[in-house]
Design a protein around this ligand. Structure first.
Ligand code: ADP
Ligand code: ADP
Length: 230
C-alpha cells in the first residue's frame, strides 16, 4: 500500500524550478532513499512531501488524500501526528533536558505530562540513549544528540519519518550506528522512512533508492531494487 505519493510536483523559488515534475511513491513500511548531488532538489522535495512547502503544481497525497484537501488546521495536525522530521542538526531545545525535548511533540498533541514523560523515556531507551534523559543537549555528544532528536521524531509513532541528511554532522562510525538504530526502530513500528542524503553509505540502509538530478527523477537510477541492509 502507498503511504505517500508525489505526482508531477513542480516547485520554483525564482525563475528556475527546483523541482520540474517529480513523481514518487513511498510504500507502507518502506525505507526509501532520495539521493543526488547538492542542489538537485532533495530538500525541496522533502519539504513538499511533508507539507511544509506547497508545490506550484502537481500533488502530494498522504494515504490517498491530497494534502491540499486538508484545511490549514488539519494539515498542521497531520504534520504533528503522522509525520516525524529529523534534520542534519537535531535542533533540540538547549534549555531543557533530553527527555523533555522528546516529550514535547506529545504535549503539543494534548497528551498528559505523565504519559508524555513515560513515552519519552521508552523512546530514548529504544534508541539506546536512556542514560541521556536528564542531560541537556549541550552536555551530550553529537551522536547522542542526534539519537535524542530521532527519539523526538519517532515518539508520536508517525506514519512517515522524514530524515534530511540525518548523519551529516556525525563521523562515519557514529552515523552508521545512528542509522542502524533509526531504521530498526522505524521497521519495528512499521513507520515508513524517507531518507534524503547525498551519501551512498546512508542510502545503503534503504530498501530502494530514487535519484534526483536537476529537479527530476533520474530514470537510470530507478529499478535498482533492494540495496541491502534490510
Ligand atoms: P538539495 O537538497 O538537493 O541540495 P535543494 O532542494 O536545497 O537541493 O535546492 C534545490 C535548488 O533550489 C537549488 O538550486 C537551491 O539553490 C534552490 N533553493 C533551495 N531553497 C531555496 C530557497 N529557499 N530560496 C531560493 N532558492 C532555493
Ligand atoms: P541541504 O544540505 O539539505 O541540501 P541546503 O544547504 O541546500 O540544505 O539548504 C539549507 C536551507 O537553505 C534550506 O532551508 C533551503 O531551503 C535554503 N536554501 C538553499 N538554497 C537557497 C538559496 N539559493 N536561497 C535561499 N535559501 C536557500
Amino acid at each position: 500500500m502507498t503511504v505517500l505519493e508525489a505526482r508531477s510536483v513542480v516547485k520554483s523559488y525564482g525563475p528556475t524550478p527546483a523541482l520540474r515534475g517529480v513523481g514518487l511513491e513511498l510504500a507502507e513500511g518502506e525505507v526509501l532513499a532520495v539521493t543526488g548531488p547538492s542542489g538537485c532538489g532533495k530538500s525541496t522535495l522533502l519539504h513538499c512531501l511533508s507539507g511544509i512547502l506547497q508545490p506550484d503544481s502537481g500533488e502530494v497525497r498522504y494515504r490517498g488524500r491530497p494534502l491540499d484537501a486538508y484545511s490549514e488546521a488539519d494539515r498542521t495536525r497531520l504534520r504533528r501526528t503522522e509525520f516525524g522530521v529529523l534534520f542534519q542538526f537535531g535542533q533540540l531545545v538547549a534549555e531543557i533536558s533530553a527527555a523533555e525535548n522528546v516529550a514535547l511533540p506529545l504535549l503539543l498533541t494534548g497528551r498528559s505530562r505523565a504519559e508524555a514523560r513515560t513515552a519519552a523515556r521508552d523512546q530514548l531507551d529504544r534508541l539506546g540513549v536512556a542514560e541521556a534523559a536528564e542531560s541537556r543537549p549541550g552536555q551530550l555528544s553529537g551522536g547522542q544528540q542526534q539519537r535524542v532528536a530521532a527519539a523526538r521524531a519517532l515518539v508520536t509513532e508517525p506514519g512517515v519519518l522524514f530524515a534530511d541528511e540525518p548523519t551529516g554532522a556525525l563521523d562515519q562510525l557514529a552515523g552508521e550506528k545512528l542509522l542502524g538504530e533509526l531504521v530498526r526502530t522505524a521497521r519495528e513500528r512499521g513507520t515508513s522512512v524517507l531518507l534524503v542524503t547525498h551519501a551512498p553509505v546512508v542510502a545503503a540502509y534503504a530498501d530502494r533508492e530514487v535519484v534526483l538530478h536537476d529537479g527530476v527523477v533520474d530514470a537510470s537510477g530507478l529499478g535498482t531494487g533492494r540495496l541491502g541492509a534490510g
